[in-house]
Design a protein around this ligand. Structure first.
Ligand SMILES: [Zn+2]
Length: 361
C-alpha cells in the first residue's frame, strides 16, 4: 500500500478500500487445510499426462486411418484423377515432437532420431508386407534413411519418391535387433489424407486435398460407421470437385463442413455469402448422397446411417428446421435424404446393379 500526499479524501477512500478487500479476502478465503501433492509429484504427473496426450492423439489418428482406408479404396473409381498409390504406413522420428514432449516420447514410446513405424493401417499394403508399429526404418528402396534433423520429412519424401505406381517398394527395418526386409506393394486409392485436428468444435471439412476431422467430431461421431459417414461425406466433396467448382463460380476457395456455422462454429466467412447459399446446400446434398455410395462400396452397413442426423439434432435442436441455415440442409431433411439414398442402394444391391451414384443426363 502506498500513501500519497494528494487529497486526503482520496487517501481515506483508498484505505477503506483496502480494509474492505482484506476483510472480504479473510471472510471468503479457504478454510480447509488443503492436501497438496509435492512439487516432484506434480512434475511426474505432468510427464504422465503428456504421455497420455501423445498416446491418445496417435491412437485416434490411427483409428481414423484404419476407418478411412476402406473408403479411400472403395471411392477410387469416383475420385477420377485424384488417386495415388499409397502404402498405408505412418512413420515418425523425434524431430517432429515438441521439445516439452521429447523426453516422454523417447522413454515411453521409443521415439528417436531414426524414423519409426508409428502405425500400419489395417488391411493396407504395409500390413500385408508384415510391417509393425515400432519398427525402426533403416532403408527405403536401398537408400538409407536420414536421421536427426527433419528425419520424418525426409523419410516421408524418400518413401513417396520410391513409389512408382504399384511396383513393390523394398524397406529394411530393425525389429528386436534383427534386420527385416519388407516388400510393400502400393495400392491406388483416393489421394486425400484424413487428418485429426485438435479442436473441440464438432466439425469436419476438406480443402480439396486433405480431409480434416476435429477432436470434437471424433468424440461426437463415436461409432466407427458414424466417423466413416463423416469421412465419406468429405471425400465426396473432394471427389465431386465441389471446391474447384465453387472457386470458379464465386472466385473464392472455401471450406465445407458437415456441421458448419449454423451450429455455432464460424467456418470461414464464405458461408455468409447469400449468393452462394443455394449452391452450398446443393453441394451438401450431393456430398451426403455420394458419401452414402462411398460407404456402401466399402461394405459399410448404411441402414442406420441417417440416424447420425438424429443424434446431431438431439444435440443441436436449432438444426432440425429448414430455417436455421442457408448453407446446409436442415438435419431433418438430411435424415430423410440419406434414408432415401439407403433405399436406392438397397434396391441396387438386390438387383446386383453397380453401386454408383445416379447422374443427371
Ligand atoms: Zn459438407
Amino acid at each position: 500500500m502506498r500513501f500519497s500526499t494528494g487529497t486526503p479524501l482520496k487517501n481515506v477512500v483508498s484505505i477503506v478500500g483496502c480494509l474492505i478487500t482484506a476483510a472480504l479476502l479473510a471472510g471468503c478465503g479457504t478454510t480447509t487445510t488443503v492436501a497438496r501433492g509435492s512439487a516432484s509429484q506434480v512434475l511426474a504427473e505432468a510427464e504422465e499426462q503428456k504421455a497420455a496426450f501423445l498416446k491418445t492423439s496417435w491412437e485416434r489418428q490411427a483409428r481414423l486411418d484404419d476407418l478411412a482406408w476402406p473408403l479411400l479404396t472403395s471411392a477410387r473409381d469416383l475420385c477420377g484423377e485424384e488417386v495415388k498409390p499409397r502404402t498405408g504406413l505412418s512413420l515418425l522420428a523425434i524431430d517432429t515432437i515438441g521439445k516439452d514432449y521429447q523426453p516422454v516420447a523417447r522413454s515411453r514410446f521409443g521415439l528417436s532420431e531414426t524414423p519409426m513405424v508409428l502405425h500400419v493401417v489395417k488391411d493396407s499394403p504395409s500390413e500385408a508386407a508384415g510391417l509393425r508399429a515400432g519398427d525402426k526404418i533403416e532403408s527405403i528402396a536401398g537408400q538409407p534413411v536420414a536421421t536427426g534433423k527433419k528425419a520424418t520429412k525426409k523419410a516421408g519424401e524418400l518413401l513417396a519418391k520410391s513409389i512408382e505406381g504399384t511396383q513393390p517398394v523394398y524397406m529394411t527395418v530393425l525389429r528386436d535387433g534383427a534386420s527385416i526386409t519388407a516388400i510393400i506393394k502400393p495400392e491406388v486409392v483416393c489421394q486425400y489424407p484424413v487428418v485429426m485436428v485438435q479442436d473441440d468444435s464438432i466439425r469436419a471439412f476438406t480443402d480439396g486435398d486433405v480431409v480434416y476431422i476435429s477432436t470434437g467430431m471424433y468424440r461426437f461421431a463415436s461409432e466407427d460407421r458414424e466417423l466413416q459417414l463423416v469421412v465419406a461425406h468429405e471425400i465426396a466433396h473432394s471427389a465431386e470437385g465441389h471446391l474447384d467448382k465453387k472457386a470458379i463460380n464465386w472466385g473464392i476457395g472455401t471450406f465445407f463442413d458437415v456441421v458448419a456455422a449454423a451450429y455455432g462454429v464460424d467456418t470461414q466467412n464464405a458461408f455468409g455469402k447469400a449468393a452462394s447459399q443455394a449452391f452450398s446446400q446443393d453441394f451438401e446434398r450431393e456430398a451426403d448422397y455420394v458419401g452414402m455410395y462411398i460407404l456402401a462400396r466399402a461394405d459399410v452397413d448404411t441402414t442406420e446411417a441417417a440416424d447420425f442426423w438424429r443424434r446431431m439434432a438431439a444435440e443441436f435442436p436449432q438444426s432440425i428446421q429448414g430455417s436455421y441455415s442457408a448453407t446446409h440442409p436442415a438435419s431433418a431433411e438430411r435424415w430423410a435424404n440419406i434414408a432415401a439414398a439407403n433405399e436406392e442402394i438397397l434396391t441396387k444391391r438386390q438387383g446386383e446393379l453397380p453401386l454408383l451414384p445416379e447422374r443427371k443426363e
